[in-house]
Structures are given as C-alpha cells and as structure tokens.
Design a protein around this ligand. Structure first.
Ligand code: ADP
Length: 254
C-alpha cells in the first residue's frame, strides 16, 4: 500500500511537471515548424541548389539539431524522474551514496580545477535514512553538478554529514558565484534556469526538492552573491528496525 501511495504521489507530481514540459517543448517545436516551412518556401523560390551552396541549408539544419537536442534533454530528465526506482528502495546508506556520487563527478571537478572535499564522518556505523538509494544519488548528483557549474577554477565544494535530532543533514557548500535573492526564491521552480539553452533544464532543483520532501525531509538553500551557495538536505533516520542495532543510540555523542 505504501508503495501504491508513493507511486500515486509521484504520478501526481509528474502530471504537474507534464504540463510544464508540454509548454517548454512547445517552443522548440514551434521553431522547428517555422524553419521547415521557411526552408520549403525558399527552396521553391531560390532553388535548392542555391540553398545548399550558400550554406543556408546547413544553417537551418544546425537550428534543427539544437532544438531537437533541447527537446531530448527535457524528455530525458522527465523520464529519469518518472521511472520507478531501480535498486533498493531504502533505507539508504548515505555514506555509500555520497562515495559513489563523488566518484561519479570527481573527474569533472578535476578537469575544471575545482576541489571536492569530503571526509567520511567518524560515526560508525553511520545510520541509514528513509529514502530510496538511487533517488538520494540523483539528488546528490544534481546538487554537486550545480555547485560545479557555479564554481570557477580554483574554487572548492565541500560535503559534510551531520546527525541531529533524528535527522541526517547533508551539507553541500560551494565557493561559487552564489545567487541574488530573486534567483534564490525561484531556484526550485520548474524550468527556472540561468544557464544557456542546452546546458540547463531548470528541472534539477525541482526534482531534488520533490524527492527530498517526499522522503519526509527538507531542502534549504542559502546563498550570497559572489561568495557561494550552501544547500542543506535534511532527511529522517530510518526506523530502529531498519538500522543496525549497534548504530542506535550510541552515535548521539560525537
Ligand atoms: P539547471 O541546473 O538546469 O539550471 P536547477 O533547477 O538545478 O536547474 O537550478 C536552477 C538555477 O538555480 C540554476 O540555473 C542557477 O541559476 C541556480 N543555482 C542552482 N544551484 C546553484 C549554485 N550552487 N550556485 C549558484 N546558483 C545555483
């Protein structure tokens, strides 16, 4: 039953997203239609040979490719989101999720010259949280990608884990460009992006926010222009039975 509720909630959220997706895909489709029509007209008037020789055809095909890519990115993000969770459905091992996601993004950080600092907490065993592991990885991946995008070479992104009052807090802090108040207030809005077309969909934080709140947690962002952004993901601990017995009670003191 819980699984049915989870799915129903997800489908409702997908329904909302679908309305936005339809709107968002409409623009590239309208561009494609207009270019196809214009190309056909010009082919008849100016001759196809001329369009090929003058490079017009190539230019039009370039536009087609960019617009199709845009549609593909949007549908891919939506599919990732709508797909039922692949692996285990929690409780998630936060340490492993962080380690695996760090491994996944570390090359991109290295290439850009941004340091990624992360130290496993000394609490052993680290308690598990109530969230699907693959969804937690998706959240971490999106947040680290955003942090990397915002941080120039020579900057730093730090991941910290804390335990506080029955919750696990994952903190991802970057020394990047930060956000002005008007971006911050819209950051989790579907399709809000300040990235160039093709690079941002504006769905990353929407999906993160949805996944985290569905798991009973919170996602809060604080940011200062020119100094950096800090994202706190707070997630409830898994119930006692789902956690290792040795992990209970003892890790309160650090
Ligand atoms: P996308 O990354 O596709 O733009 P998101 O929903 O993940 O979509 O982010 C929305 C916007 O929020 C970004 O375009 C960017 O302007 C801002 N943002 C997100 N994370 C950060 C960050 N760590 N530092 C600065 N700005 C950020």
């Amino acid at each position: 039953i819980e699984e049915a509720i989870r799915r129903a909630e997800k489908m409702a959220a997908v329904g909302q997203l679908a309305a936005n997706v339809a709107h968002e895909i409409n623009n590239p489709l309208a561009t494609l239609a207009a270019y196809a029509e214009d190309l056909a007209d010009r082919g008849h008037e100016e001759g196809w040979d001329y369009l090929v020789k003058s490079g017009t055809l190539e230019q039009y095909l370039g536009v087609v490719r960019v617009q199709v890519e845009r549609c593909k990115t949007i549908t891919r993000r939506l599919l990732d989101f709508a797909r039922p969770p692949l692996g285990e459905t929690g409780p998630a091992d936060v340490l492993t999720a962080v380690k695996e996601t760090v491994a996944l993004v570390s090359y991109a950080f290295h290439k850009k010259g941004v340091a990624l600092n992360w130290e496993a907490p000394s609490i052993k065993p680290f308690p598990r949280v109530k969230i699907d592991t693959s969804e937690l990885q998706q959240v971490l991946f999106n947040l680290l990608q955003n942090a990397l995008d915002a941080t120039p070479a020579g900057g730093r992104v730090t991941i910290d884990l804390f335990q506080e009052a029955g919750m696990i807090i994952i903190r991802i802090a970057d020394t990047g460009k930060g956000m002005p108040a008007e971006y911050l207030s819209r950051a989790t809005e579907p399709f809000f992006t300040t990235k160039p077309p093709g690079q941002g969909t504006g769905l990353g934080l929407t999906i993160c926010h949805h996944i985290v709140t569905k798991a009973g947690g919170n996602l809060t962002i604080s940011s200062e222009t020119g100094h950096g952004t800090t994202v706190l993901v707070t997630l409830p601990l898994a119930s006692t039975g789902e956690n290792t017995a040795a992990g209970e009670g003892k890790e309160e003191k650090r």
